[in-house]
Design a protein around this ligand. Structure first.
Ligand SMILES: [Zn+2]
Length: 363
């Protein structure tokens, strides 16, 4: 589906920051009157994706030609534009996208680098499609349709990037205000924070809690337990958690072991904590993404935990990177910091909740 025909309210306005009108009783932290349109607990079925994963060699060839690529999906990523020094406007890391799902294609939002992009596309296709049958080399109507879709996506990205300063202003939510507006009182009991967050899962959800490398071997099975079991521990069991439910036979955080995505965790390495607050508030008030918790990682960043909305994922993948938020958290099995655990084992330095929605109804 092309971004222009999506019905979601993140990008279907002329301006991507225009929030939908909301009833007055739906303020931050308010639970009342919400009509769920999406089934957040829907089980992911990655196999149904129409995108064919590219053979590994295609990504390697692309990286040889283009340098470092930040992969968003197995076949889509961003790289530095090879014609960057010709850009007449300011360049950013997300201007130039690589697509390997069909005919290998490099696409840059700038026009001044067009000749270099055309030449690089030829080089990329020659290298990746070498030895493939002639029909694989032909640009089809489908390729042209994809290009139009990509152009639409790029326009949304550019518009979102331009809208960020306005979002930061109109949805300002500095750290101190976040703490003050938490619907659940959370100050003074930091060692208990992991339990409060875990209670937002279903009791039977098999949750991974561990250190970053506690995954992949049979002895790591003990890091996968139902939320109700974890809650019997006295203190935070480990510093990291995944915002998803796994199969009860898991010993690895792989997407194959995923049962359901429960939360989408949004973070930014570049925005200040106050600025990240504004993006969280925009997602909650402007996009109807339900804010569950905000975690202070005891480092530089804040993590916004939102109820997972499958239907909004495509739009969020376009808009959030333009808002300088981290796309790697779209990977379901990515571990994130567990509040209530000590940051790097440092005495007194807790990863902690700074905002928590009202008590969950299902635990
Ligand atoms: Zn370019």
């Amino acid at each position: 589906m092309s971004p222009s025909s999506r019905k979601s309210h993140i990008t279907n306005h002329d301006n991507p920051i225009d929030p939908r009108p909301r009833p007055k009783n739906e303020k931050l932290g308010g639970d009342a009157g919400r009509n769920r349109k999406y089934n957040m607990t829907e089980v992911l079925t990655p196999a149904s994706s129409p995108v064919q994963p590219a053979p590994k060699s295609a990504t390697e060839i692309a990286e040889q030609i283009l340098g470092r690529i930040d992969w968003m999906t197995p076949t889509e990523g961003y790289c530095d534009c090879p014609g960057q020094n010709r850009h007449s406007n300011k360049s950013s890391r997300r201007d130039c996208a690589v697509y390997l799902d069909h005919t290998p294609t490099l696409h840059c939002v700038h026009h001044s680098c067009e000749n270099i992009i055309t030449a690089t596309n030829k080089k990329l296709r020659d290298a990746i499609l070498r030895g493939k049958p002639a029909e694989a080399r032909r640009i089809t109507a489908e390729d042209k349709a994809r290009k139009r879709e990509r152009d639409d996506s790029e326009r949304v990205r550019l518009r979102a990037a331009k809208a960020l300063p306005q979002v930061l202003k109109e949805f300002a939510w500095p750290y101190q205000q976040i703490v003050a507006s938490s619907p659940t009182s959370i100050t003074g009991n930091e060692p208990e924070h992991w339990k409060l967050l875990l209670q937002k899962f279903e009791t039977n959800d098999v949750v991974w809690i561990g250190d970053k490398f506690d995954s992949g071997r049979s002895e790591h099975a003990k890091h996968f337990k139902p939320a109700g079991e974890w809650l019997k521990h006295r203190a935070a069991p480990a510093p990291f958690i995944c915002p998803v439910a796994f199969k009860n036979t898991s010993c690895a955080r792989s997407n194959d072991n995923l049962v359901a995505r429960r939360f989408l965790v949004v973070e930014s390495d570049t925005l200040s904590r106050d600025a990240a607050g504004a993006v969280f508030r925009w997602l909650h008030e402007g996009c109807d993404l339900k804010l569950v918790a905000i975690v202070d990682t005891a480092g530089k960043s804040l993590h916004g935990w939102f109820e997972f909305e499958e239907d909004l994922l495509d739009d969020l993948k376009l808009v959030l990177p333009a808002f300088q938020c981290d796309p790697k958290l779209f990977t379901a099995s990515q571990p994130v910091r567990l509040p209530g655990a000590l940051r790097d084992g440092m005495a007194g330095k807790y990863q902690k909740l700074v905002y928590l929605s009202p008590k969950a109804s299902h635990v």
